[in-house]
Design a protein around this ligand. Sequence first.
Ligand code: ADP
Ligand code: MG
Length: 262
Amino acid sequence: MTTAVTIPRHGGTGGRTAVAARARQVVKAYGSGETRVVALDSVDVDIARGQFTAIMGPSGSGKSTLMHCLAGLDTVTSGEIFLDETEITRLKDKKLTQLRRDRIGFIFQAFNLLPTLSAIENITLPMDIAGRKPDAEWLRRVVDTVGLSERLKHRPNELSGGQQQRVAVARALAARPEIIFGDEPTGNLDSRAGAEVLGFLRTSVDELGQTIVMVTHDPVAASYADRVLYLADGRIVDEMLRPTADAVLDRMKDFDARGRTS
Ligand SMILES: Nc1ncnc2c1ncn2[C@@H]1O[C@H](COP(=O)(O)OP(=O)(O)O)[C@@H](O)[C@H]1O
Ligand SMILES: [Mg+2]
């Protein structure tokens, strides 16, 4: 007799580990001697699969560096970074490029859409380049979730900033990457367009089971996340679960006050 096993449609780990990415004792230093800057100082972090994680901290605290190292965009000075079971800090250039292409999605502050391509062509471009056929049902779901079904034939300059960034998010989601990274993805948007994009990121976590890591300095943006990590001087100094904008703002003020008195 076979036993019926119910595989959750959403939030399942698809046979993968519950930790999408992890850093172990990661040090990243720039320069040497007198000009040496330690951007990351022995960072340990686990990024849970199917969660929306925000990274916050003052300017220069190492947020972008941490994100770039986790995403394999930058090398580490020492320590290890894993994407699922793959140690990316061991990979040679070619394998790393492949891994970034096949397993990671990026959303940049500047939308980086190609102006001559329509929205849907922009969304499928990375897969077209990689010679991969988009999964039609998944693509429809992503496009429905992004709420741009009516505008797929439009060029970027015929779309609002919020819509363009939603296209960029859809492009990141279309290939079903294991994890999506964004460095201030709503940094160039007004608050209404930002809310549009953040709402969509939230939906992609809740309904599509996506894992997202987002760098932000905005308490409202952070409140869309499940968890906020706080960086200071290259270290993770605190975290907050189920953040609200008010709680995040209070925590930031707290850090500021401590920074001034110490
Ligand atoms: N390419 C680089 N060369 C030298 N120093 C750098 C470089 N990138 C970042 N840094 C330094 O590393 C520290 C962390 O930078 P960054 O990760 O960009 O911080 P954040 O994103 O939190 O503002 C800062 O002191 C910054 O000046
Ligand atoms: Mg930065």
